[in-house]
Design a protein around this ligand. Structure first.
Ligand code: SF4
Length: 472
C-alpha cells in the first residue's frame, strides 16, 4: 500500500513533514522518502526502512532540509518521491496505487517518443516514474494528471510538488483517500491518514472526493478539478489497513471495527456457557474483538501478547516464510489465560490461513480446549486489483480459492464463484467446513458482506468489495 503527507506553510515545514510522514509508518514496510522545496530548490532523501523505523532513518536529514513546501511518503515497493525534470518544469512526485497495464503504457510512451525507464531490482518499472512519464505526455500538469489517471488500470492517488505549490490528486474512483488539514493562519497539510496532523496543530479541513484535484499553497486549498460521481473506496481500509484513530469518508476505523465485532456476536448469540473468553490476533483484530465482547457480554482477554519493544512494525521481511516466522516469534502466550479455556479469536481476515493455522496450533499447544475463529470480513475470493494488497500475489494463494479448487478444479466459472461467495448457499457452507477442518478450528464463521457494509455505514455502491464478491 503506502501512505503520504504533504504540507504547505508560511514558515519552514520540515518538522511537520517529518512527523506527519512518520505517522504513516503502518502503511508500508520497505522505502520512505521526503522532499522539500526551499531557498536552495528541491532537497530530497530516500531510505530503506526494512530494518529500522522512519524516524531513526530520517532523523539526520531533517537538520539539512529547509523549505515551506514538502511531501513525504512511506512506500511498500517503489523508492520515492521521484524528482522529475520535464517541460512542466522540475517537480517531485509520490504515488499510491497499482498499475496493471504497465507494459501497454510503456509501449505507448515509447511510440510517442519516450526513450527509457529505469528498471528496479524486481525487474519492474517504478510505477511513480511511469506515472510521471504519463503526466509528461500532456501540455499542462492538470491535463497530464487526468490523462495518467484515465489510462492507468488499477488505481492511482498522487501528490506532486512544484516550486510554488503542491498538487493533490485522489484516485479516479477514490480507492484511497486524501484528507486536508488546516493550521489557522499558517497553512495547510494533506494526508492519507486523518489523525496524522491532529497532534501537529492542524484541524480537519475537508476530504477530497473521487477524481478531485486540488492545489495547496500556504494561503489556500483550491479545487481545480471537481470530484466525480462514482466512488469505490477500499473497504479494507477500515477492516485492516487503517490506523485505529483514522477516519475515511467521515467513518472512524475503530468504531467500524466495533460494529463488525458486534455483528459477528449477534449472529453467534454465544454466551459464557459457550465460550470463556473473546480475544484477538493482535493488533488488527483487537477492536473487532472488543466489539464482539461488548455485544456478547463474554469478557475480552489477551491470551497472547505481542512482544513489541525490539520488533518495530517496519521490520517485516518481504519473503513470506520469514514474515510468518517473525509474526510467530512476536507472539508470547499467557498460559493462565489459555490453559483449559474455550477461546473465541477474532482476526481481521483470512488470506492464506497459514498464520492463523499456526496461531491456533500454538493455542492448543498452550492448553486451549477449544479455538473458535471469527474473521472480521468475508472469505477473500479474489486478489486485489486496485491497491497493492501485499498479502496475496495470485488468487490461488487464497485459502478460499484453494479449497474451491479441490472441489471444482482451478478454472471455475464466475457464477460458481459467486455462489461460493453467497453466505446463504450450500457451497459457501461446504467451503467454510473445508477451511475449518484444514486449519483445525473448533468452529469458523466469517463476517457477512451485508453486515460488513452496514458496519461501514456507507452506501454499498460507494465501497470497493471486489476481493469478497468480485464486483468491479
Ligand atoms: S479489492 Fe479489496 S483490498 Fe483491493 S481495493 Fe477493493 S476492497 Fe480494497
Amino acid at each position: 500500500m503506502g501512505g503520504f503527507f504533504a504540507t504547505a506553510l508560511k514558515e519552514d515545514c520540515v518538522f511537520d513533514l517529518f512527523y506527519g510522514t512518520d505517522y504513516h509508518s503502518h502503511l508500508g514496510t520497505r522505502r520512505a522518502g521526503m522532499v522539500v522545496h526551499g531557498r536552495d530548490g528541491f532537497n530530497r532523501a530516500i531510505h530503506n526502512i526494512e530494518n529500522a523505523p522512519f524516524r531513526s532513518k530520517f532523523g539526520s536529514d531533517v537538520h539539512d532540509m529547509e523549505g515551506n513546501l514538502g511531501i513525504g511518503c512511506i512506500s511498500d515497493y517503489d523508492p520515492q518521491p521521484l524528482l522529475v525534470r520535464s517541460h512542466h518544469g522540475t517537480y517531485a512526485i509520490i504515488c499510491v496505487g497499482k498499475i496493471n497495464n504497465s507494459d501497454q503504457l510503456i509501449s505507448q510512451i515509447f511510440k510517442n517518443g519516450g526513450s527509457h525507464f529505469q528498471e528496479m531490482t524486481t525487474g519492474e518499472v517504478n510505477k511513480t516514474e511511469l506515472t510521471a512519464a504519463l503526466i509528461n505526455q500532456k501540455d499542462n500538469l492538470i491535463e497530464g494528471i487526468q490523462y495518467a489517471q484515465d489510462v492507468i488500470e488499477g488505481s492511482m492517488t498522487l501528490l506532486l510538488l512544484t516550486h510554488e505549490a503542491i498538487y493533490l490528486a485522489r484516485d479516479k474512483y477514490g480507492r484511497t483517500p486524501i484528507i486536508v488539514g488546516q493550521k489557522e493562519g499558517e497553512g495547510f497539510c494533506a494526508a492519507f491518514e486523518s489523525f496524522s496532523y491532529l497532534n501537529l496543530g492542524y484541524k480537519d479541513y475537508r476530504e477530497l472526493g473521487p477524481g478531485e484535484i486540488d492545489v495547496l499553497t500556504p494561503e489556500a486549498c483550491t479545487c481545480l478539478v471537481k470530484p466525480g460521481e462514482k466512488m469505490r473506496i477500499c473497504t479494507f481500509l477500515w477492516v485492516y489497513y487503517g490506523y485505529p484513530s483514522a477516519r475515511y469518508e467521515g467513518v472512524s476505523v475503530e468504531e467500524m471495527r466495533y460494529r463488525c465485532g458486534s455483528a459477528l456476536a449477534k449472529r453467534d448469540n454465544y454466551t459464557t456457557d459457550d465460550i470463556d473468553k473473546v480475544a484477538a490476533v493482535p493488533d488488527s483484530g483487537t477492536a473487532h474483538a472488543m466489539g464482539y465482547a461488548n455485544e456478547s457480554g463474554v469478557p475480552f482477554s489477551r491470551p497472547f501478547v505481542k512482544y513489541t519493544p525490539t520488533w518495530p512494525r517496519s521490520f517485516m521481511p518481504t519473503h513470506q516464510n520469514k514474515r510468518n516466522l517473525i509474526a510467530k516469534m512476536k507472539l508470547i502466550p499467557v498460559h493462565e489465560l489459555i490453559d483449559g479455556k474455550k477461546l473465541l479469536i477474532i482476526d481481521d481476515s483470512i488470506v492464506r490461513g497459514t498464520q492463523l493455522g499456526e496461531t491456533t496450533e500454538f493455542l492448543y499447544e498452550s492448553g486451549a480446549k477449544e479455538v473458535h475463529i471469527r474473521p472480521a470480513c468475508p472469505p477473500i475470493m479474489f486478489g486485489c486489483k486496485y491497491i497493492n494488497f501485499s498479502r496475496s500475489n495470485s488468487d490461488m494463494e487464497l485459502i478460499a480459492r484453494q479449497v474451491i479448487a479441490e472441489e471444482e478444479g482451478e478454472n471455475v466459472d464466475r457464477t460458481i464463484l459467486e455462489d461460493y461467495a453467497n453466505p446463504d448457499s450450500d457451497r459457501y457452507h461446504m467451503m467454510l467446513e473445508k477451511i475449518r477442518a484444514r486449519l483445525n478450528f473448533t468452529t469458523l464463521a466469517y463476517n457477512r458482506l451485508d453486515d460488513l457494509i452496514e458496519a461501514a455505514g456507507i452506501d454499498k455502491d460507494k465501497l470497493c468489495t471486489y476481493c469478497w464478491d468480485g464486483r468491479e
